[in-house]
Design a protein around this ligand. Structure first.
Ligand code: FPP
Length: 245
């Protein structure tokens, strides 16, 4: 039996429960090849498919991906439309192949600004995949970390105004339950390919104690080997959560 057989590998090194990824570098990947930016997004979507399947095979429970941020609307209309079309196509395929893949899908973000068709596909994907118990993919779509925190604060303020609770009742747990990610454990590892060293408003509340892994590899080139490197780096770290060494 080979040392690198999947099951052995999984047993030998713990896989985090929740990994979050900023899928960055599609545009540059395309530019380097003299292709339009949208070609990079297309390959990026395929990369995501490969990584999601691999994540499932190693027993990851939650995979969150930054698919479209609240700031991404600032891009050209052509690029935004191309990403939206790609997403629609991706969701249609995802719904079609759901039984084969057995992945649970969740959507974090304000979907109301998306096309009615995209909203409907997201609703169907989330509703019909609830029955699967393997990996859960959280698509962060029209998502922003600050907007999510404001939304939770507004909800809590509303509950207080309605007499359902008092300000003193607010704890980290209560607030977490008002996030899109309610019920999902915080990510232990946040990966950002593409060479930029910032969080870009991604899962701000949830990543308070996450380990970050940055790499220059552009997202379309990010394969299972890169994911393994990130997990190995995570496993080599000493997580203290503010405690002593
Ligand atoms: C970041 O690369 C990518 C995006 C803003 C869009 C993300 C979209 C995808 C990965 C494709 C769709 C995914 C799925 C799962 C259907 P960038 O354009 O910021 O790259 P750059 O920094 O090189 O310009």
């Amino acid at each position: 039996m080979g040392l690198f057989k999947k099951k052995t590998m999984t047993a030998d090194r713990p896989v985090p429960t929740h990994i979050a990824i900023v899928m960055d570098g599609n545009g540059r990947w395309a530019k380097k090849r003299g292709l339009p930016r949208t070609a990079g997004h297309k390959v990026g979507a395929e990369t995501f498919r490969t990584i999601a399947n691999y994540a499932k095979s190693i027993g990851l429970k939650y995979l969150s991906v930054y698919t479209f941020s609240t700031e991404n609307w600032k891009r050209s209309e052509e690029e935004v439309n191309a990403i939206m079309e790609l997403l629609e196509k991706y969701l249609r395929e995802l719904i079609r192949d759901m039984d084969k893949n057995q992945v649970r899908f969740c959507f974090f973000g304000d979907l109301s600004r998306l096309s009615p068709q995209l909203q409907e596909e997201a609703r169907i994907a989330a509703e019909e995949s609830k029955k699967y118990s393997g990996v859960q993919v959280n698509f962060c779509l029209n998502y922003g970390g600050r907007a999510e925190i404001i939304r939770a604060a507004q909800q809590f303020a509303r509950d207080c105004a309605d007499g359902k609770c008092t300000p003193e009742a607010l704890t980290e747990e209560v607030f977490s339950d008002l996030m899109y990610s309610a019920g999902v454990p915080d990510p232990e590892l946040v990966i950002r390919p593409g060479g930029e060293l910032r969080t870009s408003n991604f899962l701000l509340w949830q990543s308070a104690y996450a380990e970050y892994y940055f790499t220059d590899v552009l997202w379309p080139d990010f394969g299972p080997k890169e994911l393994e490197k990130a997990i190995a780096s995570y496993n080599g770290r000493n997580r203290r959560f503010g405690g002593a060494k």
